[in-house]
Ligand binder design. Sequence first.
Ligand SMILES: [Zn+2]
Length: 518
Amino acid sequence: MSESNDSRPDIYIGLVGAAGTDLKSVLRELKSQLLVVGYTVEHIKVSELIKAAVGIPDLADENERIKHHMKAGDLIRSNSANGGGVAALAMQAIVSTRGKTTKGKSRAFVIDSFKHPDEIELFDRVYVRNYYTMSVHLPRITRQKNLEIQIAKDQHQPPDPEMAMLAKQIITDDEKSQGDKAQNVRDAFPKADFFVNGKSDLPQQIKRFVEIVFAEPFVTPTLDEYGMFMAKGAGYRSADLSRQVGATIIDQNGSLIGTGCNEAPYPGGGFYVDGHSDGIDDNRDYVKQIDPNAAEIQSTFIEIVGILREAGHIGDTKKDKRGDVELVDDLLQGDLKHLARNARIRSLIEFGRVVHAEMHAICDAAAAGKAVRDSSLYCTTFPCHLCAKHIMASGIAEVVYIEPYPKSLTAKLYSDEIEFADERRETGNNTGQRRLVFRPFHGVSPILFQRAFRQKKRKDSRGILALWDPTMAEPTDASRTVERPRLETTAVNSVVRVLKKAKAKYDSWSEESIDEEG
Ligand SMILES: [Zn+2]
């Protein structure tokens, strides 16, 4: 039995939202829904902590303000162990808030907000099952508009094209700036336990999240959550060298009719799995000990360099083939790497032996004679352009995805044939023409799925339904104390040293940037 209701475990919720996302209304909703279970929200505002920590001046201009905060955050991260500096700063605030509040109070610390996957990782490690990441999704076009309005308001001017450009730049930098520890919302976002649709009924979504965290026994998965969980499960079957991707197809009746992961195909259907016993040796890439895609990119590059040399465009006396091989080696992974860092040749994907998860799922349904027309495809990663055209041709109606895939040219190559459900609603550009619809995933992520929907006590021995008392409910699997207090202490203790370095660098950057503008 639980003790009295005033000794329930603290929980920690890290918010993630791309630039221009309104996290205030999510915070407001969290406050009111957590009050239902008797928890008080302690708001940890990261941008204010950063501002105070490195001494960012009051800046009236929204664009300048964002630029300074991004830079300061990047510096704190890059001057800390494993990029956890900003997260450690938030922990410092948590520790000091904990000291000030009355004992016995049930608290939810809401961290507003995280901008890098390393921050989520540190919170995961320290607070373990008391910690949740909540990512809030808004269409790009809405976020850009929000930023434009904010910039205009700060400048006391009506919005103009220049402000639109600024807003666009802020959004691009926020998604992923240059550098390993630079702000990277694009990679932080998919780490969520729970995805909120910022354009839809917030109270209902947050209420459900709180019920799930506090083990309401009758919350069950939506079809989307089930489809994505199964897709994630399928992805775990892959031994691919670069990433694990999973996909499922669910028909209009809600039946799962195909699954797949990115893996080398197997004669007779499907892909190599452990335990095939009809004679063919395991031929997965890891067994062959080579990534054929990388090898083919390399030889394509060597071929191009050879042609340029032949044409006299490479003014080097080295005539032998080895010269070209070495040059390409230097460009791809050696001294000259920086020159070819963003070269498109690196993004070629067609030389892989593996069949992608989405195509495997379509093949899986085909092999079993199941029609995929008008069904939904769930994939853990946004489809590449090769998969997208097959998904379209197969008659699948919509694609639901979690992670972005920057190499994908889908949106560019099929701009007339596909549409993004959230942006269509926003622009009102519904021409009524048939298109393949892409929809970002919302709800309980595959990471949280088992914990969220594992059976709770639902009846007593006489068959009477269990009552869920929100004021007594405990967060699922939560620990009563900080799970790894030593890690929390280490992180907090590192803050002073990290800030000293970051502040010095911020000051000189700040001076330079003022000089440039003056
Ligand atoms: Zn693909």
